[in-house]
Design a protein around this ligand. Structure first.
Ligand code: ZN
Length: 350
């Protein structure tokens, strides 16, 4: 296989005689090379810890959630990926007063924190791509730990692996042209609170935030797709930016060939998932988003959402799709345009 690629590559070089084409080909290989560092095994290793009973269901502000944020921080420290807040401080603190003021469901919450890591772009460092997943879950009930392996342990550990892939590329001299913020938000289960806090107190101006790719549940298979398990629901990709939607489709076709299911992207779908995870706090500021989601299943928000039920190969494919999409958004010539931006509600404008 390898030889065939070399022959094809040499053929292309001869045929085109253009160094620009060669650069393009090299770029394809690089994207594939670093995407392949996202493995089912690594995702599993992280998730069996992150969604273990030891983390007590990661309820916002709880001791289990503190273990979770320290796990994330330690990962980034070991990876050598810095925080954009201040040196060594990966936590964006959210005080209980803010929770109480901003949500009825948040009125009894203790202080909590988002976790942020940052990879600076090489050519357009002021343009930021945010990849996000929520770090919290619903805690324990009646003595049972709600592990939240799929929701959203899957998105959380995918984000770690995506960050690692970008960091490895950067270390080899292939850093992204635009900057990437790896954003783990708290308080999602209490009403999208961590992402609300971030978008009201952004570390980088929202005007410079190019897009948000949000991962919330990518480790399981739902009833609708049980015959076509290599699928993922995409929600919101075409709502604000035609370019983002087209880029996402093209990248999938080129690298992954996952079945992209748009059922929940329908404005009339009664589930209204577009409004139900953290990307919505970016979308309401006219920042183009894509929400990656596997749909619901019998273990959704039950204590039976455990890491042994995750399909790690499928999850890897979905994580690699997010990686490829982020890579393209970060490295393409022009910034994607929000051609369908809506007049902003003054209340939500910052
Ligand atoms: Zn979730």
């Amino acid at each position: 296989m390898k030889n065939i690629i070399y022959i094809l590559f040499a053929g292309l070089l001869i045929a085109c005689g253009s160094s620009k084409e060669a650069t393009k080909e090299e770029n394809v290989d690089l994207t594939v090379k670093y995407a392949s560092t996202i493995t089912a095994k690594d995702l599993g290793n992280h998730l069996f810890t992150y969604a273990s009973d030891d983390f007590e269901g990661r309820d916002t502000g709880s001791p289990g959630q503190k273990k979770a944020v320290n796990y994330l921080k330690d990962f980034y420290v070991n990876l050598g990926l810095p925080s954009p807040i201040s040196e060594g401080n990966y936590f964006q603190e959210i005080k209980n007063e803010w929770f109480a003021k901003n949500s009825r469901r948040g009125r009894n919450l203790k202080d909590s924190e988002n976790v942020l890591a940052f990879l600076k772009g090489t050519e357009k460092p002021d343009e930021i791509i945010v990849i996000s997943a929520h770090l919290d879950h619903v805690g324990t009930r009646n003595g049972k730990v709600y592990n939240g392996a799929d929701d959203d342990g899957s998105g959380t550990v995918a984000l770690l692996e995506i960050a690692e892939a970008f960091k490895k590329a950067a270390d080899a001299g292939h850093g992204p042209k635009r900057s990437i913020l790896f954003l783990h938000v708290t308080g999602e289960e209490r009403g999208l609170l961590g992402s609300k806090y971030y978008t009201e107190n952004p570390i980088f101006p929202l005007a410079n935030t190019v897009c948000n790719l949000n991962i919330d549940m990518i480790g399981r298979i739902d009833q609708r797709n049980k015959e076509t398990p290599n699928y993922v629901y995409l929600i919101g990709s075409d709502k604000l930016s035609t370019e983002l939607h087209e880029l996402s489709e093209a990248v999938n076709k080129k690298y992954m060939n996952i079945k992209l299911d748009y059922k929940y992207n329908d404005e009339n779908d009664p589930n209204r998932f577009y409004y139900r995870s953290d990307h919505y706090n970016f979308a309401k500021h006219n920042i183009p988003i894509i929400f990656y989601f596997n749909g619901t299943h019998v273990d959704y928000h039950q204590h039976t959402d455990t890491p042994d039920k995750i399909y790690y190969e499928l999850m890897r494919n979905r994580a690699q799709l997010v990686f490829h999409t982020a890579w393209e958004v970060a490295n393409r010539e022009g910034r994607i345009v929000a051609d369908k931006a809506k007049p902003l509600n003054k209340k939500t404008t910052k």
